[in-house]
Design a protein around this ligand. Sequence first.
Ligand code: GLY
Ligand code: MN
Ligand code: MN
Length: 440
Amino acid sequence: MNMAALYSEHLENLLANHRGLMQKNGYDTLLIPSGEPVGIYLDDMDYPFKSSFFFRTYVPLTGLPFSYLIIGLSGKPKLVYYQPADYWHTPPSDPAGYWVEHFDLVVVSEQAQIAEHLPKDDGKLAILGGQNSVTTRFSKSSHNPEKLINEIYWQRAYKSDYEIACIQQANLLAAKAHKAAENAFREKKSEQQIHLAYLESLGVLEHELPYGNIVCLNEHASILHYMDSSSHMPEKHLSFLIDAGATVNGYHADITRTYSHSDGEFADLIQAMDKAQLACIDSIEVGKSYVDLHIETHLRIAQILKDFDLLDMSADSIVEAGLSNVFFPHGLGHFIGLQVHDVGGHFADQTGVIKSPPDAHPFLRLTRIIEAGMAFTIEPGLYFIEMLLRPHKSGSYCNAFNWEKIDRLKPYGGIRIEDNVVVKGNKVVNLTREAFKMND
Ligand code: GLY
Ligand code: MN
Ligand code: MN
C-alpha cells in the first residue's frame, strides 16, 4: 500500500471538495486551528492534548497544539507549525513525512509570531474548530458557520482510500493487541494486567489510545463503559469483555470481543451472538437504512433470548414489547474515522436536517442510508444489567423471564462483539475480521 500516493489523492480530492463548498457558501479562506491544550483548573498541568479533527482531516498530526492551517481557493495550503524552543518538554519534531511537500510550511517558535502569518478577516473567512485567544480576534460570524460545517460533516461520511487504509492499519494493530489481552485473560491476569498487556502490545501510552480501554472481567461486562481496569484479582475468571482500539494517522479502530473461560451456556451464548453479528454484516447493502439493520438485530437477539430459554415469548413479541431493549440497550453502531464516533450520523441531507433515531431506540447514533465509502461499526450486545432487569421482576411480563437462568448468567456480565466495516463500491469489507485473520 503506497500511503504517500493515497494521501496525495486524498488531499487533492479533499481540497477540491472543500473549495467547492467554500465557493458555494461565499468563503475564500478557511482557517483551521489544531487547538490548544486544556489546563487543569488552578494547576500548572494540562490534560493530554489531541489535535482537532478538522485539522487532522488534512494532516496526520495528532498532537501538534497552537498550529494553524490556512486554505485558500487555489495553491498549496499553508501550515503555521508551532515548534517552541523548550527544555521542559519535548518540542514537536521537525515536519517530516509524505504530507510535507503538499504544504507551504511556516515554522514558528514563539506564539507571538503566529498572528502575522494568519489571513485578514475580509468577511469571507471561515474558522473551523475550537475557538481560542487567536481566533477570537476575528469576527464572530466567521466561527464555525453552520451551513458550511453541515456540508463538511455530511461529506465526512464518505471515506477516501487513504482514510480506509488508515482505519485498516489501526484495525491490524488493535487486533494484535486484542490477542495479547486474550492471552492475559487465559492466564487469569487481573483487569489491570490485561490492560497493560494491551498497551504493551500496541506500544502506546494510555493517553495515545482512541478512547479509554474497557477491560471487564465477569459481571463488570454488564457496565457498558466500565473503564476502571481494577488491580483486584477476582476469585474466578468466568468471562472477559474487551472494547479497545488503536489510532493510525489520526484514524481510529474500535473493536470489542467477548470470551468465556470454559465451555458451557455462556460460551454457547457468545457463539450465537457472533453468528448473529456476522449475519447482520452479511445483510448490509447499499441503499439500506442503518435503522433497519438495527431493528433487524433486535429481532435476531430476541430469537437468541427465546432459543436460550431466557424469555418465553416469540421473537416478534419480545421486540414489540420492548423487551429486547432490556438486554440490548445501546445502538448497533456508529460512523468511525477521525473520531471514534464520527460526525454526521443523524444527518438526513447535507443541510444538516436531522433524522432522529426511532423513539424506542434513542441511543442509535447512525440513521443514514448506507452508501459506498461509508465506514461504521456493527456492535450488537446482550447483557445482564440488574438496573434494567429489576423493573420486570414485577411487571406484566415478569413470568416470561427465566429468572433462574438469568441469575446464573449474571456473574458473566454480558457480551458485545464489535467490528469495523467499510463499504467499497457494492462490497462490504470487514476490516476487523480481516485484521484478526492476518494476526493468526
Ligand atoms: N468504544 C465505544 C464504542 O464502542 O462506541
Ligand atoms: Mn463503537
Ligand atoms: Mn467500542
